[in-house]
Write a protein that binds this ligand. Structure first.
Ligand code: ZN
Length: 500
């Protein structure tokens, strides 16, 4: 059996190498590459993905997985080898059902789609993006058709990002949220508006970057194993636990974009830097799902970075960095400003309360697109109508609406619900961390985050991708995934802030 296990591990390590090389090309495309590189890069990425796919679905891998699944079936779920075989077998089964030509077509279409999306967004020109979007939706429908047993074709796409999660479960999650969020948003917007002008002064870019780097360093991000660059749409990517990169965007007249965005991507990066070394070059050295990944970013961005204790420590430092803007602004005014609830057009800049209405909107549109109930050409109109329903205002231009996010251009359909799952899980994990580590929140007032990071390393990061997200949440918290801790957190925090 050991020989079979070694053979499988070597094969999976090579798949991992090729996939990480492709990820590096993608990082380069989004951070460094000149526009003229798009076509060549699309071919290169498609080729690498095709090689990875073929290596993963090779008949010999299937034979090894079959044999080892039988050999290891009595091992406990947490056993490393049993976990590796389980995770690889699940991935193998899914990938095997999608023909290699379709995979190559998808990577080619999405590499080009990203470039065309960026042009369309810059020019506020949806028709420029439409042919790319039509092609991507068509390909995704054909991918979904490879899984005829699913209840909704969207299930098949969702499973890529949130293994085991079903469309009807996502629908139920959003229904529960809607019941509390819509009245909460209404109650808040009926209160006097919060003045956030302190965030909208002239903040020179270099000092913003320096300040955000100091925060992520203090959180525990290891720059020996990472770096921060600029990108249109901030993201975190990794090629091994030794090379985990974050990107950010800086707006000179709006402080939170770089400040909060950096904390967010750092949360992702801390997860990717935290997998055990023994998972190296294996499918276990990843997050459990995108939703669990997002729980880490939202936890650091919101539950830490928008907390009162955090700003007790960092606000004097921020004032010292930007005295011309903040000397006359006291910490309570700043704390209220950074937590202002205000219906925004752009999801990435949304506050904690309205955020999930953005993901709800995208999710509903995606299900309609994939189920064939919405044509891509009608997407802007459908977007604007939904936005009006949930946010009560009109979208002035597509750049602030349907064109705002990179996901569809990159073929990431089925991804949006993971943002909301992330918000829910962040609150659930944080509540458990506070129960396990009394006084945890007081650490933040001293600029101390080691105890929180240690708890996450031990309870979440240490497992990598061993467990399905729903199982991981139960293991960590003793409870199934629930919206309750998140809604309780929102009601308490914003009830106080807005004196509801
Ligand atoms: Zn994120």
């Amino acid at each position: 059996m050991q020989a079979e296990l070694d053979d499988l591990k070597n094969r999976l390590a090579e798949v991992d190498d090729v996939e990480n090389a492709a990820a590096l090309l993608e990082w380069d495309q989004l951070v460094m590459m000149p526009p003229g590189g798009a076509e060549g890069r699309a071919d290169q990425t498609a080729t690498l993905q095709k090689i990875a796919h073929e290596k993963l679905v090779a008949p010999e891998v299937g034979r090894l997985l079959d044999s080892l699944s039988r050999e290891l079936r009595d091992r406990p779920a947490e056993d490393d080898d049993a976990s590796l075989v389980r995770v690889a077998a699940r991935r193998y089964e899914r990938k095997r059902k999608i023909p290699a030509e379709l995979v190559a077509e998808m990577y080619q279409a999405t590499a080009l789609g990203l470039q065309i999306w960026a042009e369309a967004r810059a020019k506020n020109d949806f028709p420029h993006f439409l042919p790319a979007l039509e092609r991507i939706v068509d390909i995704k429908q054909r991918v979904a058709a490879c899984f005829p047993e699913t209840e909704s074709p969207y299930d098949a796409l969702l499973d890529d990002y949130e293994p085991g999660m079903l469309t009807h479960q996502v629908a139920a999650m959003f229904e529960e949220l809607k019941g509390t969020l819509l009245p909460l948003v209404k109650a808040i917007t009926a209160r006097p508006p919060v003045d956030d002008s302190a965030l909208r002064r002239d903040y020179p870019e270099a000092r913003q970057l320096e300040f955000s780097l100091n925060i992520v360093r203090q959180f525990g991000y290891d720059f020996n194993r990472g770096r921060q660059d600029l990108a249109v749409h901030p993201f975190c990517t990794s090629f091994s636990t030794g090379d985990v990169r974050i990107t950010t965007r800086v707006l000179r007249n709006y402080l939170p974009t770089c400040l909060m965005g950096s904390m967010h991507e750092c949360g992702h990066a801390l997860y990717d830097q935290g997998y055990p070394d023994r998972f190296r070059r294996s499918p276990l050295a990843y997050g459990a799902s995108l939703g669990i990944h997002e729980s880490q970013s939202r936890l650091w961005e919101n539950l830490v970075g928008r907390s009162r204790g955090f700003w007790e420590f960092f606000y004097p430092l921020l004032q010292a960095a930007f005295p011309e803007n903040l000397d006359a602004v006291d910490v309570d005014v700043f704390y209220r400003a950074i937590n202002r609830v205000h219906p925004s057009y752009i999801r990435v800049e949304a506050d904690e309360v309205t955020y999930n209405l953005h993901t709800l909107l995208r999710y509903e549109m995606e299900v309609a697109l994939i189920e064939g109930r919405l044509a891509p050409k009608d997407a802007p109109e459908a977007w604007n109508a939904k936005y009006k329903t949930y946010f009560g205002q009109d979208v002035p231009e597509d750049r602030l609406g349907v064109l705002q996010d990179t996901h569809w251009g990159g073929g990431l359909i089925g991804y949006f619900p993971t943002y909301t799952i992330g918000n829910l899980v962040a609150a659930q994990f944080f509540a458990k961390a506070m129960a396990d580590e009394p006084g945890l929140r007081d650490d933040f007032k001293q600029g101390e985050f080691g105890r929180l990071l240690g708890w996450l390393r031990q309870n979440v990061h240490a497992h990598g991708r061993k467990y399905l997200p729903a199982d991981l949440v139960e293991r960590v918290t003793g409870q199934p995934l629930s919206a309750k801790p998140y809604l309780a957190y929102l009601k308490q925090k914003f009830g106080e802030l807005y004196r509801l």
